[in-house]
Ligand binder design. Structure first.
Ligand code: SF4
Length: 388
């Protein structure tokens, strides 16, 4: 068979997929349930994929028993195996540094989400927004995940109806909340009936203006974006969908077709990217990513500095790296395609935008700006309307 949904630039990943699932039909490959059931998650397969000796394999056993792994055949098929620095492989396959490498300041829950959880499954950190952690289940367990603590040493679980009722009651009784973010784990993995119940329950609350869904499904298992799911989302608007492309190699025909369906259902898509060392920490990579996202009507929304989460330290760059990248983006992209570079502050301090400033100096009469080409422009700005 010929896989039609992999990475266009390389067929090597497809060769591995063909070897692992020689009899799969195209119909099955494009079926999200087949993809989900056939996720690669065993230590034995990891040993084969990484070519590990018995000694090394036992070290990985310890790692995987702490931080499990699971990868859809689709996402696995995007790996360019001859490339030792392949950005897809780094995001999906475990790395021993997850348990052996620590930078100062890392913490299981640096954003203090647990402390801001008034009822189980709900995080209320900003006055006007609340986040529902609907499930800890993901199609793929991203190695850089900032909620790694939720899948550590745990099975896959989704909130029950009683927990959901408590969450809805809390939101109803807290009129200051105007936006609800449904996240996880991946909320698009729960049954459509349950998802509809949640969306209906939240959208019926009069003070809720918007629902945002946080999902990596279009990137890691795009087959899940079915017509039925899109009809459901369309019925419950206003819904905003936030997804998570980190690298241009993730922008495949299948991913774009999934996003197109969502857009045609009337749901705007924004993207957040996490700045990851060795994956996308170059201006060229982020610039290409933002251009490709804009081409497909996905708004680059945030470039997140990688949080200081235990088990992800090997992915962290310096903040200076993000500023360097933003300088290049600002000079080479129209505003619609420039994400905000954001550091999520520890202890629940909230998001801080770290945008390079073009303002060099200012006084009562004059402002001096740095142009994107590096020159200085003096802008006459005498005390005007303010002082009259
Ligand atoms: S899909 Fe999101 S919640 Fe799931 S592992 Fe990846 S980053 Fe974490």
């Amino acid at each position: 068979m010929r896989f039609t949904s992999g990475r266009p630039s390389s067929d090597r990943g497809h060769d591995i997929a063909r070897a692992m699932w020689p009899d799969v039909t195209q119909k099955d490959w494009n079926d999200w349930q087949w993809q989900f059931v056939n996720r690669v998650s065993s230590i034995k397969t990891l040993g084969i994929l990484l070519g590990l000796s018995a000694d090394r394999l036992s070290a990985y056993e310890g790692l995987v028993s702490t931080y499990k792994y699971a990868v859809t055949p689709y996402y696995l098929s995007l790996i360019n195996w001859p490339d030792p620095h392949d950005p897809i492989k780094k995001q999906c396959l475990p790395d021993l540094r997850e348990t052996t490498f620590r930078l100062p300041g890392s913490d299981e829950d640096p954003l203090a989400e647990e402390r801001h959880s008034p009822v189980p499954g709900l995080i209320h950190r900003y006055p006007d927004r609340a986040l529902v952690v609907l499930t800890n289940m993901c199609a793929m367990y991203c190695r850089h995940c900032n909620r790694k603590r939720n899948w550590k040493n745990q099975g896959e679980r989704t909130l029950g109806r009683a927990a959901l009722n408590r969450i809805i009651a809390y939101i109803k009784n807290t009129p200051v909340i105007r936006e609800v973010i449904i996240s996880g784990g991946d909320p698009l993995l729960v049954s459509l009936g349950f998802l509809d119940e949640i969306l209906w329950g939240i959208s019926a609350i009069p003070h809720i203006d918007a629902i945002r869904i946080g999902t990596r499904i279009p990137v890691v298992m795009p087959m899940r974006i079915t017509d039925e799911l899109c009809r459901l989302l369309s019925r419950r608007r206003p819904i905003w969908l936030n997804t998570h492309f980190n690298h241009p190699a993730e922008i495949t025909d299948a991913a774009i077709s999934a996003c197109d369906k969502i857009l045609k259902a009337g749901i705007p898509i924004s993207n957040h990217t996490v700045l990851l060392k060795g994956v996308n920490d170059s201006a060229h990579t982020i610039l290409s990513l933002c251009r490709a996202l804009q081409r497909h009507m996905i708004r680059p929304y945030y470039l997140f500095h990688c949080d200081a989460v235990t088990g992800t330290d090997h992915f962290r760059t310096g903040i200076q790296k993000g500023i360097e990248i933003m300088n290049v983006l600002q000079g080479n992209l129209g505003g619609l395609a420039v994400p905000d570079y954001v550091v999520d502050l520890p202890s629940g301090g909230g998001k801080a935008r770290v945008m390079p400033s073009q303002l060099v100096s200012i006084d009562d009469n004059m402002a001096v700006f740095k142009t994107f080409e590096g020159g200085d422009i003096h802008y006459l700005a005498p005390n005007g309307a303010d002082s009259r």
